[in-house]
Ligand binder design. Structure first.
Ligand code: NAD
Ligand code: UDP
Length: 322
């Protein structure tokens, strides 16, 4: 069945790939974005499609649309981007959630929240299962993002319990791939950009902290399955790749795969940087019959090819957005 689908943050790294998939499935897609951390070029190839529409709008302000489904992806996601204006980040998560939930309630639409592994903070439980309540510093530099996403989950559950809104919550673990912003400061984009330029690769701390990297296409497939899952799929679901690497291992892999002669240099570890992160994806396997297919080496290959193909001078760090 063809649906009218709103994707907030639809011009971003993940949102643009999701829009592409939904347009290909012939749905009527509205991509809403304020372009804070993205650029129109991510979706310009969709502009001529009759079932795609692009709206410049900020989710902190209400908007009146008629839709059947909403994917709420609008939010800066990289630490450098969300710390750029932390108050705005919190507003985007909280007011954005209230606005899409109000729309879902009015339209009887189904609404999915892009939440994050950051709700687990610097986890004491490893790997992270959905019933782990997390260890977040509420007053630290990551709190604007972590606590904003936690508050959004609370709003989603309360709109479900109080108003029967049909909700989905996905907790996304570190995801990478083509269309990552080259200057977002995230580890995969930094390392590839540095390796290709022959610049030093910046390892924060001693590089023993771990992350588990999911390729974009696997992630978007999991999210679409969650949206289309039976209506009892209300609890949060982790989506990510459970294969865990140290940051130093990632650096070595990027150097090998790019054939770079960049050296590794040490930089201070940012405050509250989680020491380990790996999803337990049992729930996604059981509920969605989903698991990732693309391992890090293959995904890096595609991402490196993408970074080789883009003109870096067309990208810039975010502009003030008050
Ligand atoms: P991204 O920065 O590329 O995409 C976010 C998009 O939201 C951008 O296009 C940005 O311009 C837009 N946006 C930001 N604030 C907005 C506002 N107030 N109004 C309208 N649009 C706004 O990042 P991404 O990696 O594609 O992340 C997408 C979503 O997934 C985010 O909600 C993020 O928190 C979540 N997520 C991503 C990851 C990951 O590893 N990529 C991990 C966990 C969660
Ligand atoms: N990191 C690093 N060098 C960089 C960028 C990031 O060593 O140039 C580290 C960072 O300290 C963290 C990990 O890589 O431990 C992942 O960082 P990222 O910002 O990609 O995501 P997050 O911390 O939100 O998982």
């Amino acid at each position: 069945m063809i649906k009218r689908i709103l994707v907030t943050g639809g011009a971003g790294f993940l949102g643009s790939h999701l829009c592409e998939r939904l347009v290909a499935e012939k749905h009527d897609v509205i991509c809403l974005d304020n372009f804070f951390t993205s650029q129109k070029s991510n979706v310009s190839h969709l502009l001529d499609e009759p079932n795609f529409e692009l709206l410049r709008h900020d989710v902190t302000h209400p908007i009146w649309l008629e839709v059947d489904e909403i994917y709420n992806f609008a939010c800066p996601a990289a630490p450098g981007h969300y710390q750029f204006n932390p108050i705005k980040t919190m507003k985007t998560s909280v007011l954005g959630a209230i606005n899409v939930l109000g729309m879902a309630k009015r339209c009887r639409a189904k609404v999915l929240q892009a939440s994050t592994s950051e709700v687990y903070g610097d986890p004491e439980v490893h790997p992270q299962r959905e019933d782990y309540r997390g260890s977040v510093n509420p007053i630290g530099p990551r709190a604007c993002y972590d606590e904003g996403k936690r508050a959004a989950e609370t709003l989603f559950m309360d709109y479900h319990r109080s108003n029967s809104v049909n909700i989905r919550i996905v907790r996304i673990f570190n995801t990478y791939g083509p269309r990552m912003h080259p200057y977002d400061g995230r580890v995969v984009s930094n390392f590839i950009r540095q390796a290709l330029a022959g610049e030093p690769i910046t390892i924060y701390g001693d590089g023993s902290q771990t992350r588990s990297f999911c390729y974009r296409d696997d992630l978007v497939e999991g999210i679409m399955r969650l949206m289309n899952a039976p209506n009892d799929a209300i609890q949060p679901v982790n989506i990510g790749n459970p294969h865990e690497f140290t940051i130093r291992q990632l650096a070595e892999l990027v150097i090998e795969q790019t054939g770079s002669n960049s050296e590794l240099v040490s930089r201070p570890l940012p405050q509250d940087d989680p020491t380990q992160r790996r999803p337990d994806i049992t729930r996604a396997r059981d509920l969605l019959a989903w698991e990732p297919k693309i391992e890090l080496r293959e995904g890096l290959e595609k991402t490196i090819d993408y970074f080789r193909s883009i003109d870096l001078s067309a990208y810039r760090p975010p502009t003030p957005n008050y």
